[in-house]
Ligand binder design. Structure first.
Ligand SMILES: Nc1nc2c(ncn2[C@@H]2O[C@H](COP(=O)(O)OP(=O)(O)OP(=O)(O)O)[C@@H](O)[C@H]2O)c(=O)[nH]1
Ligand SMILES: C[S@@+](CC[C@H](N)C(=O)[O-])C[C@H]1O[C@@H](n2cnc3c(N)ncnc32)[C@H](O)[C@@H]1O
Ligand code: SF4
Ligand code: SF4
Length: 338
């Protein structure tokens, strides 16, 4: 290992900056690779995640890694999965992360099927905002996409999320040709009425599922929505992610556009991902990774952990290559949490 100074010794210089000058301030933490749904673009039927519980990072191990990132300027943490609400006692983890003052934003990505049971506890523990996957308002279409009769439980989860106080609540819709693209306008109206922020996402070719995901360029869809809802671009930051936001001039609603394929945002990438087995993935669309679990279980010090993370960040690639087809990503999205 190269010799690094600890973050305390480095002061301001402790921040994590990669080889391309990008400052990292966002860590996505996957707390399980299991899920109760099988979204057609994400997780294949008959597959239930790779990792056995003994290979999962414990809450204490996750907290150590998050705290190390926090000392190096990473103040945003998003909990994800698989489906994060399948991980038992998640509010305990949230509470421990929230006790670190550097961690100023704790958010959650969920399919919301179990949210009605956990919304209040998660909010009380310190999750302030949530992003919920919802690809359709049609019960049969949702069953087709998610592989299960999931619509009613998701709706109940969304209402529980509202009551609990999460703000904002963003709805993530992966737009798929011939599947749900005709529902975009209806979904926008639903979100405007309910006070949710709609986000339209281009499907990425991750694993066999993502490769067959009926990708649609959301550019023309955005142009249509701009006319339909009289949208103007929003300058204000509405999270830490790659969405570009537009709001209706009357202030009634906001739509975010996430276009990793047609207009990628890698030049401003600010994040890495911690998988449930302790692997740090440097990029959603590349294979560079760094294994933290063996180091954590070998008893490394906090300073050595920071050094290891800095070495990992040196591996972060410039961008994905989803469109060049030079290299296919065989991981499913559920392994890294989106
Ligand atoms: N290519 C690429 N896509 C990303 C990246 N981050 C998020 N996405 C896509 O955006 C989707 C939505 O992400 P969310 O989990 O809702 O989080 P977010 O939009 O980054 O979060 P906030 O802006 O903080 O609310 C993901 O499922 C991915 O499809 C990224 O770094 N690279
Ligand atoms: C992997 S899920 C994990 C969290 C939670 N289960 C959920 O669905 O929100 C996180 C996000 O990844 C997105 N996603 C999954 N597969 C994708 C793909 N192939 N392309 C683009 N986004 C994808 C989902 O739409 C979801 O918003
Ligand atoms: S997108 Fe989320 S809910 Fe759907 S299969 Fe993937 S992990 Fe599960
Ligand atoms: S594809 Fe990789 S480099 Fe591009 S924004 Fe996503 S994680 Fe960052």
């Amino acid at each position: 290992m190269k010799k690094f100074l600890s973050s305390a010794e480095q002061g301001q210089d402790a921040q994590l900056i990669d080889r391309f000058g990008r400052q990292l301030n966002y860590l996505r933490v996957s707390v399980t690779d299991k899920c109760d749904l099988r979204c057609s673009y994400c997780m294949p039927k008959g597959f239930n995640g790779f990792e056995e519980p003994e290979n999962w990072l414990s809450f204490a191990e996750i907290e150590r890694v998050v705290a190390a990132f926090g000392r190096m300027g990473v103040g945003r943490v998003r909990l994800t999965g698989g489906e994060p609400l399948l991980r038992r006692n998640l509010p305990q983890l949230v509470q421990s992360l929230a006790s670190h003052p550097e961690i100023r934003d704790i958010s959650l990505s969920t399919n919301a099927t179990q949210l009605h049971k956990h919304a209040d506890a998660l909010y009380q523990a310190g999750v302030s905002r949530i992003n919920v996957s919802l690809d359709s308002l049609d019960k049969a279409c949702m069953e087709n996409i998610t592989g299960r009769d999931s619509f009613a439980s998701i709706m109940a989860g969304l209402q529980a999320g509202k009551r609990a106080g999460f703000k904002p609540i963003k709805l993530n819709m992966v737009v798929m040709g011939g599947v749900n693209e005709h529902e975009v306008k209806r979904m926008a109206e639903f979100c405007f009425n309910e006070g949710f922020i709609l986000r339209l996402i281009e499907a990425m070719p991750m694993g066999s599922t993502g490769q067959n995901s009926q990708y649609r360029d959301i550019g023309p869809i955005r142009d249509e929505l701009v006319k339909q809802f009289d949208l103007v671009p929003v300058a204000e930051e509405l999270g830490g992610g790659p969405a570009r936001y537009w709001s209706s001039r009357d202030g009634q609603g906001t739509i975010g556009f996430i276009s990793p394929i047609s207009q990628h945002f890698c030049a401003t990438c600010n994040r890495v991902r911690l998988a449930v087995d302790g692997t740090l993935y440097m990029c959603l669309g590349q294979d560079e990774k760094f294994e933290l679990r063996p180091l954590l279980r070998a008893g490394i010090s906090d300073q050595e952990l920071e050094q290891a993370i800095r070495e990992a960040i040196e591996l972060k690639p410039e961008r994905h290559e989803f469109t060049t087809q030079k290299h296919k990503i065989i991981r499913f999205m559920s392994q890294t949490g989106g």
